[in-house]
Design a protein around this ligand. Structure first.
Ligand code: SF4
Ligand code: SF4
Length: 165
């Protein structure tokens, strides 16, 4: 991890320490579906991001394998952002959008129109996005996640009958 990344992640963790997508605990909607990993799955780590969890390397990426339990302060950045991602638009503006890769897992992605998202949370994700995009590796990583999110969205639109309810 570079010094710059350390500073960015420290601030990002702090910004998203207490704020969550809904003002209430969304875990009651789904039984904490995004935390039900096994020994081979977990949360993607940002470039250089450190974690106390076991790290699995897969396809050139690092995954924190938490086994579905963590101290709140140890959550990787991906867990804090989920199910949103910041995106850099061509205009240079940072937008915050739902990550379609979470469609099968997260009711907030599937039923976004019914969710009363916390404006404070979204604002903070945007602030985190602005910081992440200052780092070349994090910017490239976010861009790759966006491509995957958009591919997943496009695929789902081609097979609407298979969409989970
Ligand atoms: S899967 Fe979605 S709704 Fe469920 S706990 Fe995770 S973020 Fe909240
Ligand atoms: S680190 Fe914590 S928040 Fe993230 S998936 Fe594991 S249990 Fe859930």
């Amino acid at each position: 991890m570079t010094q710059k990344q350390r500073r960015i992640y420290r601030k990002a963790y702090a910004l998203l320490e207490h704020h969550t997508p809904l003002r209430a605990d969304c875990g009651v909607l789904c039984g904490r579906a995004c935390c039900r990993g096994d020994g081979e799955t977990g949360m993607l780590l940002f470039p250089g991001e450190e974690t106390p969890f076991r790290v699995l390397k897969k396809n050139g990426r690092r995954i924190a394998v938490c086994g579905g339990r963590c101290r709140r302060a140890d959550r990787p950045l991906g867990c804090r952002l989920f199910p949103f991602l910041p995106q850099l638009e061509e205009s240079g503006r940072v937008r915050v959008r739902l990550d379609s890769r979470g469609f099968g897992l997260c009711p907030l992605v599937r039923r976004a129109e019914a969710a009363a998202f916390s404006h404070r949370f979204l604002h903070r994700v945007r602030r985190v996005g602005k910081r992440l995009l200052r780092d070349r590796e994090s910017r490239a990583f976010l861009a790759a996640l966006w491509r995957e999110s958009e591919e997943s969205d496009a695929l789902r639109r081609q097979f609407p009958k298979n969409n989970l309810k």
